[in-house]
Ligand binder design. Structure first.
Ligand code: NAD
Ligand code: TYD
Length: 348
C-alpha cells in the first residue's frame, strides 16, 4: 500500500517502483485526492499496469474504509506519504494537518498492527522540518532533538513519534525517513521551485519571502524515491534515516538560477530576474535546513544521481514540455475531472 500516491513524491515513487526499481509486486495507491492529489500524475501508469496498479480514492481518516482495503488486498507493506504538506497552508488552516497527518497516521498504524505477522513493514515518510531551524552552522542528524516551528512540521513530528512508539510498544516493524526539500516533475505549483518556474515562464512576479536569505537543502525527487526504496528493502527495523542532497542554497540564489535557466531555454526580451519581488516574510520562517545523510550513505550505499544544476534543468524542461498538465492544474480542470470520474465518495 502506498498512501498519498497521487501527490508529488508518491506519484514519482510509484513510477520509480514499476519502471525502474525492478519491483514485481502489486501496488494499491490510497489517496483522498485533495487539491494536491492529481490522477493525471499516474494516468499512463494506470493504463500500462492494470494488473499491478490499483487506485482507491480513500481518506486515511476513514478507518472503516481503510480496514476494508487492508483485508481485501491482503496488505503486507505500507509506504506512507499521504499528508497535508504545505507550510503556508498550515499557517492559515491547521485543522486538516492535524486530522490527516496525526489522526490519519494513527489509523494506519492501528490497522497495520492488527495484521500481526502478515505485515512486514510500515515505512513512514517524513521531513527534516521536524528538527526546527539551524543557525549558520551544523547539520541535522538522526539524533537531533525535535523542535518543529509550523503546524505542518509539528503535525509531522507527532506522526513520527507515533510510528516509533508503535515499534517500541507493539513491535511493529517500522522504518522512518526524514528528507530535505524535494523538487522535480509533478510538484504542485504552490511550492517554491515550480511556482517560480511557471511564473518566470509567463512573465509574472516572483515572490521571495523576506530577503530571500533562508536556506534549504535541495534533493531531486527521484533520488528521494530511490532512498526510500533502499530503506524499505535493506533498512533496519526501528531505525530512522535522514535523506538529503548536501545541496544548501539560499532561496534568492535558487530563484536567480531558475531565472537564468528559463532565460536560456525560453529567451525573452528582458531577463526574468527583473520579475523578483521581495514580499512579507512567512511567520515562524525557519532560517536554515541542512541534512547529514552519512548513515544512509554508509549503511545503504545511497548517493543522489542528480546535482542541483542537472536536476533543475530536468525539472524546468519538464514544466515547459508538459503544458497540458500545467494548464489543467492551474485552471482547476483536473478537480472537475476527478468529481466526474471518481465521484466524491470513498471508493474501495
Ligand atoms: P503532496 O501535497 O504533493 O501530496 C500529498 C498527497 O496526499 C496528495 O495526493 C493528497 O491527495 C494525499 N492526501 C492528503 N490528505 C489525505 C488523506 N486524508 N487521505 C488520503 N490521502 C491524502 O505532498 P508531497 O510533497 O508529495 O509529500 C509527500 C510526503 O513527503 C509527505 O508526508 C511530506 O510530509 C513528505 N515530505 C515532503 C517533502 C517535500 O519537499 N515535498 C520533503 C520531505 C518530506
Ligand atoms: P516551500 O517550497 O514552501 O517549502 P518549505 O517551506 O517546506 O521549505 O518553500 C521553500 C522556501 O522558499 C522557504 O524558505 C519559503 C520560501 N518561499 C518563498 O520565498 N516564496 C514563495 O512563494 C514560496 C512558496 C516559498
Amino acid at each position: 500500500m502506498v498512501t498519498g500516491g497521487s501527490g508529488f513524491i508518491g506519484a514519482n515513487f510509484i513510477r520509480y517502483l514499476l519502471e525502474e526499481a525492478g519491483f514485481e509486486g502489486r501496488i494499491i495507491n490510497v489517496d483522498k485526492l485533495t487539491y494536491a492529489g492529481n490522477p493525471d500524475n499516474l494516468a499512463d501508469i494506470e493504463h500500462e499496469y492494470p494488473d499491478r496498479y490499483i487506485f482507491s480514492q480513500t481518506d486515511i481518516c476513514d478507518k472503516a474504509a481503510l480496514e476494508n482495503i487492508f483485508e481485501r488486498y491482503d496488505i503486507d507493506a505500507v509506504c506512507h506519504f499521504a499528508a497535508e504538506s504545505h507550510v503556508d497552508r498550515s499557517i492559515v488552516g491547521p485543522d486538516a494537518f492535524i486530522r490527516t497527518n496525526i489522526q490519519g497516521t494513527f489509523n494506519l498504524l492501528e490497522l497495520a498492527r492488527s495484521r500481526g505477522d502478515r505485515l512486514s513493514l510500515f515505512h513512514h515518510v517524513s521531513t527534516d522540518e521536524v528538527y526546527g531551524s539551524l543557525g549558520a552552522d551544523g547539520l541535522f542528524t538522526e539524533t537531533t532533538p525535535y523542535d518543529p516551528s509550523s503546524p505542518y512540521s509539528a503535525s509531522k513530528a507527532a506522526s513520527d513519534h507515533l510510528v516509533r512508539a508503535y515499534h517500541r510498544t507493539y513491535g511493529l516493524p517500522v522504518t522512518v525517513s526524514n528528507c530535505s526539500n524535494n523538487y522535480g516533475p509533478y510538484q504542485f505549483p504552490e511550492k517554491l521551485i515550480p511556482l517560480i518556474i511557471l511564473n518566470a515562464r509567463s512573465g509574472k512576479s516572483l515572490p521571495v519571502y523576506g530577503q530571500g536569505l533562508n536556506i534549504r537543502d535541495w534533493l531531486y525527487v527521484a533520488d528521494h524515491c530511490a532512498a526510500v526504496w533502499e530503506i524499505m528493502r535493506r533498512g533496519k527495523s526501528g531505525e530512522t534515516y535522514n535523506i538529503g542532497g548536501r545541496c544548501e542554497k539560499q532561496n534568492i540564489d535558487v530563484v536567480r538560477m531558475i531565472c537564468r535557466l528559463v532565460d536560456e531555454l525560453a529567451p525573452a526580451i528582458k531577463p526574468r530576474e527583473g520579475l523578483i519581488c521581495f514580499v512579507k516574510d512567512r511567520p515562524g520562517h525557519d532560517l536554515r535546513y541542512a541534512i547529514d545523510c552519512t548513515k544512509l550513505e554508509q549503511e545503504l550505499n545511497w548517493t543522489p544521481r542528480e546535482t542541483f544544476e542537472t536536476g533543475l534543468r530536468r525539472t524546468i524542461r519538464w514544466y515547459m514540455d508538459n503544458t497540458a498538465w500545467v494548464e489543467r492544474v492551474q485552471s482547476g480542470e483536473y478537480r472537475r475531472w476527478i468529481s466526474a470520474h471518481y465521484g466524491t465518495s470513498t471508493r474501495g
